[in-house]
Design a protein around this ligand. Structure first.
Ligand SMILES: [Zn+2]
Length: 320
């Protein structure tokens, strides 16, 4: 009761949006930071349960018309993972919680998400060192699990800020060194996405190839923002209202120009990854999101409460 009271007092006219990604059933030793299904269910029961969960599109409309209830929150997921269908979705349904899944559609054409390809390659690399002829990488060791964990982090950081064609070339070299065939790796299917949608969950766009929008040329930008909406509308046979910026940090990953592209593509709202909460003057095209990460209940709840006080950063927008 005390918790609800404090959250209620802090949350007037504020919308909390929780962000999750992959939710594997078992912990992956290579990616120790991923929340497992058990951790996710605990987060729903101990933190999210203190909020009133609404569908995101509904919450954004209510926020801007002054009808948002206190302790309002939404649940979102980014990227698209096969494990959602067997793990996160049943966990949400069991608790009668709505969620929006922002999907990167390139994986439906045959190749998994770029960071999934890095992880699969690093898992398979023969030792004792990696050498793919990229001077910025040097010759990192892959002798121990710790080396491989560090290499995943390093490669994701290096490959994230490449153009789409340069990233693909780097991935192909890495996969050749590891002997991995990316088309054989697990990925989400269109049928799984339709399954989620048919269960009542919302679907949003998260580009086709997950580029940093600031590293796209104009043609790529239209394809990644408007093209993904068309693809998803074809798959779920319904309107797609929301978009999630890849990587999602205002200024670092997208600018006013990209917000305009999202608006022009016909979306009604968009979400970032900047912490904080939306209030009635927050642009519907830059709704902030937050992931509580603490393991202990009181600490994760404290993080969610503290997030209510964070004022998010926005890029300036052209009016209208
Ligand atoms: Zn993403």
């Amino acid at each position: 009761m005390i918790r609800s009271g404090i959250l209620g007092a802090l949350s007037k006219d504020k919308l909390s949006v929780f962000l999750f990604h992959k939710v594997p059933r078992c912990a992956d030793p290579l990616i120790p930071g991923d929340i497992t299904l058990t951790g996710f269910e605990r987060m729903l029961d101990e933190v999210v349960s203190q909020f009133r969960v609404l569908p995101l599109e509904d919450a954004v409309t209510r926020l801007h018309s002054g009808r948002l209830p206190r302790r309002a929150a939404c649940i979102t997921f980014d990227d698209g993972y096969a494990d959602w269908v067997q793990g996160a979705a049943p966990a949400l349904r069991k608790r009668n919680l709505h969620a929006t899944f922002f999907i990167t559609t390139g994986q439906f054409a045959g190749l998994p998400l770029w960071h999934e390809r890095i992880q699969a390659a690093v898992r398979a690399l023969p030792g004792p060192q990696l050498d793919i002829g990229m001077p910025s990488l040097g010759h990192p060791s892959v002798a121990t699990l710790g080396d491989r964990q560090a290499l995943v982090v390093k490669l994701e950081r290096e490959f994230k800020y490449l153009t789409l064609s340069a990233r693909e070339q780097a991935l192909v070299r890495l996969e050749a060194a590891a002997g991995v065939r990316p088309e054989a790796l697990p990925r989400m299917s269109e049928a799984q996405l339709r399954d989620l949608h048919s269960q009542g969950f919302s679907v949003g766009g998260h580009t086709i190839n997950h580029p940093i929008l600031d590293y796209c040329n104009e043609q790529e930008l239209v394809q990644e923002v408007a093209g993904v909406r068309e693809q998803l509308q074809g798959i779920v046979q319904g309107p797609i209202a929301g978009f999630a910026y890849p990587n999602g940090r205002p200024y670092a990953d997208f600018s006013r120009h990209h917000v305009e592209a999202v608006r022009r593509a016909g979306y009604a709202y968009a979400v970032t990854t900047h912490w904080g909460v939306a209030n009635p003057v927050t642009s519907p095209f830059q709704i902030p999101r937050f992931t509580p990460w603490a393991q202990r209940e009181w600490h994760a709840l404290f993080q969610a409460g503290r997030n209510l006080l964070v004022h998010p950063v926005h890029v300036p927008e052209t009016a209208g």
